[in-house]
Write a protein that binds this ligand. Structure first.
Ligand code: NAD
Ligand code: UD1
Length: 331
């Protein structure tokens, strides 16, 4: 299959490219390098031993997208490209709506024109809002997301639903990720957040490597066994494999899948495992809760198991080991 991967030099996209090439797919990457570096392309070629076709184009520019479809016989698209920082989206909502929505609409219109009607879209558990349960099933449906970033995910899901309702020859798979973490075991590719990280795992790595002094744990008074927040952390390589399965098993119609491990891990559990497995110290202090955080949630990933034959294989130990390996390699 010839697959166009938008945002393919980013964190999740790059790992997915590796898994797609492993399964002998042909991959074309488009990325405007807003949140990634061109060196990732060389690293992908090093890991896979294959040459990869790359377009440094912006999906907001429709003519650029069109060129890709004109020059290549594309079978399907995995759409990762977009802005993803929750806090930044609160400060710059228009920037988020404009980039995430316009790029998606341009992409879908061009796909339609070239009769490419198979797409896998990166959504997020954030679309469930605050559903009042801790184990999220796909049936819960969307609630108001807590940030403009999350709202772009809800809106794009809705756009895809309307598109499908208008033309059911489309094949649409919406993947709702839980908390993607970890790095490729080669240590060559991983997550590279700009500036001071907001998410837990990147922050833990910066503290462990001495680049930041202390991790603030946001609250230890939640109704959880150790009082700290519980999330479903998923190794990015497992997540990447979920995309390959989704493409292989893509069914007719519009389908939604949670991609998570199905297991909740607390902040303290993650920090303690990171210290133990890597034999490093992570200085931390307990501070107040972060506004907007939920106490606990994790995926019910049964549907992905039953229909895609996919489940996570990597453990929390693997996540901590691979993250640290990447951080050490990229000091
Ligand atoms: P990332 O920022 O590492 O990768 C996204 C890539 O898209 C970047 O390389 C960026 O340069 C590119 N991009 C952005 N706007 C573009 C545009 N207009 N044209 C071309 N390229 C553009 O993010 P990621 O963590 O790999 O996430 C991938 C997708 O998964 C995103 O849609 C994100 O919202 C979604 N997602 C991520 C997480 C997470 O925690 N990482 C969780 C749930 C969902
Ligand atoms: C956040 C986003 C979510 C997004 C996801 C990407 C919010 C409300 N949600 O999820 O939309 O899809 O990132 O991975 O922003 N924590 C600390 N100290 C820190 C950082 C985090 O204690 O310095 C705790 C948090 O309180 C939480 C857990 O670690 O309990 C995970 O936080 P984080 O990595 O930011 O992810 P989420 O908030 O779950």
């Amino acid at each position: 299959m010839k697959i166009l991967v938008t945002g393919g030099l980013g964190f999740i996209g790059s790992h997915t490219v590796v898994e797609l090439l492993k399964e002998n797919n042909e991959v074309i990457i488009v990325d405007n390098l807003y949140n990634s570096k061109i060196e990732v392309l060389e690293k992908l070629e090093k890991i896979t031993g294959k040459k990869i076709k790359f377009y440094k184009y912006d999906l907001v520019n429709k003519e650029e997208i069109e060129k890709i479809f004109k020059e290549n016989e594309i079978d399907s698209v995995i759409h990762f490209a977009g802005y993803k920082a929750v806090g930044e989206s609160v400060k710059k909502p228009l920037m988020y709506y404009s980039n995430n929505l316009i790029s998606t609409i341009n992409l879908l219109e061009t796909m339609n024109k070239y009769n490419v009607k198979k797409i896998v879209f990166s959504s997020s558990a954030t679309v469930y809002g605050n559903p009042g349960v801790v184990k999220y099933t796909e049936e819960l449906g969307r609630k108001d997301a807590s940030s403009p970033y999350g709202t772009t995910k809800c809106m794009i899901e809705k756009i895809l639903e309307d598109l499908y309702a208008s033309d059911n020859s489309w094949n649409i798979t919406i993947l709702r990720y839980f908390n993607p973490v970890g790095a490729h075991e080669s240590g060559l590719i991983g997550e590279e957040p700009n500036g001071i990280p907001n998410n837990l795992m990147p922050y833990v790595m910066k503290v462990a490597s001495g680049k930041l002094e202390t991790l603030s744990i946001f609250g230890n008074d939640y109704p959880t066994p150790d009082g700290t927040g519980i999330r479903d952390y998923i190794h990015v390589v497992d997540l990447a494999k979920g995309h390959v399965k989704a493409l292989e098993k893509i069914k007719e119609g519009l389908n939604y899948y949670n991609l998570g491990s199905g297991k909740g891990i607390s902040v303290l559990e993650l920090v303690n495992t990171f210290e133990k497995i890597n034999n490093v110290k992570v200085n931390y202090k307990i501070v107040g809760r972060r506004e907007g955080d939920l106490a606990e949630y994790y995926a019910d990933a049964t549907k992905a198991l039953n229909e895609l034959n996919w489940k996570t294989e990597k453990t929390l130990e693997d996540i901590c080991k691979d993250s640290w390996n990447y951080e050490k390699n990229n000091k």
